[in-house]
Design a protein around this ligand. Sequence first.
Ligand code: SF4
Ligand code: SF4
Length: 83
Amino acid sequence: MSLMINEECIACDACREECPNEAIDEGDPFYLIDPDRCTECFGHYDEPACIGVCPVDCIIADPDNIETPEELKYKFQQLQTEE
Ligand code: SF4
Ligand code: SF4
């Protein structure tokens, strides 16, 4: 499933460069995760890289974007064809 950033975000920018899918962008007032690009790091890392670096633990599962491992794999493969 895609992750989301909640209102605890302090806009520290630590997560943006960690994302292998360029799914994270500056938002106002909080950073945002593009659900079309977030694979929960499937295909890159065992754990979501953004969660590992967030100092305030504000990156959580998005209940509106539940996806199966197969769907995450498909999204990962689609993103690979972009480059
Ligand atoms: Fe990017 Fe991975 Fe975080 Fe999703 S879980 S936003 S792919 S770093
Ligand atoms: Fe916001 Fe956490 Fe990303 Fe910092 S690491 S910008 S607090 S989501």
